[in-house]
Design a protein around this ligand. Structure first.
Ligand SMILES: NC(=O)c1ccc[n+]([C@@H]2O[C@H](COP(=O)([O-])OP(=O)(O)OC[C@H]3O[C@@H](n4cnc5c(N)ncnc54)[C@H](OP(=O)(O)O)[C@@H]3O)[C@@H](O)[C@H]2O)c1
Length: 212
């Protein structure tokens, strides 16, 4: 797949690197440092390059939106026309100091994003795990017991694309339902963050749902 990374910080840099190593064609974009984007592309050691948000979105089978909530409008504007594109969003609607959600209960960041780009196909995924765990999950991807990763969205075909990207990282994709389910997954992330960053075990934390 051709994947555009909009926001090459903790999440975007790691997911883009993993997807490049998994064989996808990746364009890293939207950093304040072009040198950083170029280095990411070099270090990814796959088919990766640095570009502008517009170049990242062009011809992309999927774009990853991985910016702070306060930067969403800016990056979308720079990306240009996203009609028909699959947007995988890990972006959470956090306030400026990252202490709370600015959208919750009656809507979600994912739904607010879908309203901003009504012709795109938004799938919420990857926002429920800390970036610190991603390389570890990728390294363990051939093990039979995999961590879960919930995702939600309204378009079946886009969700299939995203489920594959989730598998490529090493998670078992869990289809949680339509996009409004992000009203539950987004606050769930604050629990995961609490355990990852305030707990004793370190931030390399994933979760797994088990049925008996
Ligand atoms: N970090 C996590 O573990 C985690 C987990 C789940 C969900 N999330 C969500 O995922 C999204 C991305 O998080 P992240 O931790 O990857 O963020 P981040 O590390 O801050 O990365 C954001 C990216 O946006 C870029 N950017 C471009 N212009 C910017 C500007 N004017 N101000 C600030 N940043 C600018 C940053 O540039 P530079 O490269 O120059 O910094 C960086 O590449 C957020 O919505 C967050 O809530 C994060």
């Amino acid at each position: 797949m051709r994947i555009g990374i909009l926001g090459s910080g903790l999440m975007g840099a790691k997911l883009g690197t993993i997807w490049a190593r998994a064989g996808h064609d990746v364009v890293f974009s939207y950093s304040r440092s072009d040198a950083k984007l170029k280095k990411l592309a070099r270090d990814a050691k796959g088919k990766a390059r640095a570009g502008t948000p517009r170049e990242a979105a062009q011809d992309a089978d999927a774009v990853l939106l991985a910016v702070h909530w306060s930067r969403v409008d800016d990056v979308l504007q720079q990306a240009g026309d996203l009609a028909g594109k699959v947007i995988v969003s890990c972006s959470l609607p956090m306030n400026a100091d990252d202490t709370g959600l600015v959208i919750a209960h009656t809507s979600s960041g994912a739904e607010a994003l879908a309203k901003k780009v009504p012709k795109a196909r938004v799938v919420a995924a990857f926002g429920t795990v800390p970036s610190e765990v991603l390389f570890g999950v990728f390294a363990a991807r051939r093990k039979t017991t995999k961590p879960s990763l919930v995702y939600c969205g309204d378009d079946a075909r886009s969700k299939k694309t995203v489920a594959q990207l989730i598998r490529d990282v090493g998670f078992e994709p869990i289809d949680a339902g339509p996009l409004p389910v992000a009203r539950y997954t987004e606050p769930f992330t604050l629990l995961i963050a609490r355990l990852a960053y305030e707990g004793d075990g370190g931030p390399e934390l994933a979760y797994r749902f088990v049925r008996f």
